[in-house]
Write a protein that binds this ligand. Structure first.
Ligand code: OOG
Ligand code: MG
Length: 263
């Protein structure tokens, strides 16, 4: 249930938007509003999406977050969430990503889905997601919580659009029925060293489950997932902090690898 007034939602949205666009850390929103609900968090996120679209950003898809045990444990949160993705967050494969306009970025590897049919909740299933999937491809998400110390609770992180900052996709696109998306392995390397590894089943047992969950949360927000959407299903392993000079390579079984640098 939304408990915040429209005025408070707009005020908190402006606070998050300022921290995102000017890259500074703010206290988590629940410090000031301890009774804030998840619905309040989504109301702030929805207002942020409205403002970005009004400013000319294009909505290209969505992301599920906190869908693996590794991520939930790392962040101390046990409920998955969703956020929106715009064209301004996309970066090319092999590019150098500037950290000067980010607070304290981390990288994570995810399986991304591109859809070819509309999907809607409230009872969307993983089977429906796979039937509506055009292809899957690997992705690196660069998350950047706007909250001090990268510490937050669910209400605050939802308002901050799930820490969304940048993402890079590429590698090799594949049809989902040609792969076993549960046993698909990924190795994350930083400066030539393996720092994380895992299998995609870490994401709710099957990454398509995370997309189904996302569609069902969208239903609660009064939205559907249109054909042609780009959806990231959530970090498979814990996220890894990056600094200028770091080189990241995510090797996905069957889906190729993605490399990026930070400057
Ligand atoms: C929240 C975003 C989580 C994922 O893939 O789990 C996320 C955070 O950890 O800051 O994007
Ligand atoms: Mg993520």
């Amino acid at each position: 249930m939304v408990t915040l007034s429209r005025e408070d939602i707009v005020r908190l949205c402006e606070r998050v938007e300022g921290a995102q666009t000017r890259a500074y850390a703010i206290p988590k929103l629940t410090d000031e509003y301890p009774n804030m609900t998840m619905a309040d968090g989504y109301a702030i996120q929805t207002e942020l999406r409205r403002r970005f679209i009004e400013q000319g950003h294009a909505l290209i898809g969505w992301k599920a977050g906190l869908t693996s045990r590794a991520k939930m444990k790392q962040m101390g949160v046990d409920v998955p969430s969703i956020g929106f993705l715009t064209d301004r967050m996309a970066r090319p494969e092999n590019s150098s990503i500037s950290v000067s306009d980010l607070v304290h970025p981390r990288v994570e590897c995810e399986v991304a889905f591109v859809t070819k049919a509309d999907l809607s909740g409230p009872d969307c299933t993983a089977e429906q997601v796979l039937a509506a999937t055009d292809y899957v491809l690997p992705a690196i998400e660069i998350i950047d919580s706007r909250f001090s110390g990268f510490k937050f609770d669910l209400e605050s992180v939802v308002a901050d659009n799930g820490s969304s900052a940048r993402f890079v996709s590429g590698g090799r696109a594949r049809y989902p029925d040609e792969l076993d998306l549960r046993t698909l392995g990924v190795v994350l390397e930083k400066n030539g060293e393996i720092v994380e590894m895992g299998a995609a089943a870490e994401v709710l047992g099957h990454p398509a489950e995370a997309v189904a969950m996302l569609v069902n949360i969208l239903h609660d927000l009064g939205e559907t997932l249109p054909a042609g959407s780009f959806v990231m299903s959530g970090g498979i392993t814990a996220a890894v902090a990056v600094q200028p000079g770091d080189h990241i390579n995510a090797r996905f079984q069957e889906l190729g690898s993605i490399s990026i640098r930070f400057e």
